[in-house]
Design a protein. Structure first.
Length: 113
């Protein structure tokens, strides 16, 4: 039975190939060339030069402000570091004081009979 099935498949394939579908060729449309772009340089004017000069001055001012901000941030970071150190020292002193208070309370208690 397997041989019959294989033979039927081969015969069907040969029939399809012999009768085969004709390929329909679809014409491919060729895109039209893009129009050329012509760039015409604009003439330099005094207004444009003045604007460019003003923009450069503004950029210089912004850079100066950024430098000032960096210095202020550096100073603030130093102050924060100092404050953290002071807080650490205060916490240590508070811990020492608490330990001394506990020791004083223990020594103030009467001895057990």
């Amino acid at each position: 039975m397997n041989k019959s099935l294989v033979l039927a498949a081969v015969v069907a394939t040969m029939a399809l190939v012999a009768c085969g579908e004709k390929k329909v060729e679809v014409p491919v449309a060729v895109p039209a060339p893009a129009p050329a772009v012509v760039v015409v340089p604009a003439p330099a004017s005094d207004a444009a030069a003045t604007a460019a000069s003003g923009a450069a001055a503004m950029a210089n001012g912004a850079a100066s402000a950024a430098t000032g901000a960096m210095a202020a941030a550096k100073d603030a970071a130093g102050a924060a570091k100092d404050a953290a150190g002071a807080a650490k020292d205060a916490a240590g002193a508070a811990g020492d004081a608490a330990t001394k208070a506990v020791d004083a309370a223990k020594s103030a208690m009467p001895a057990k009979p």
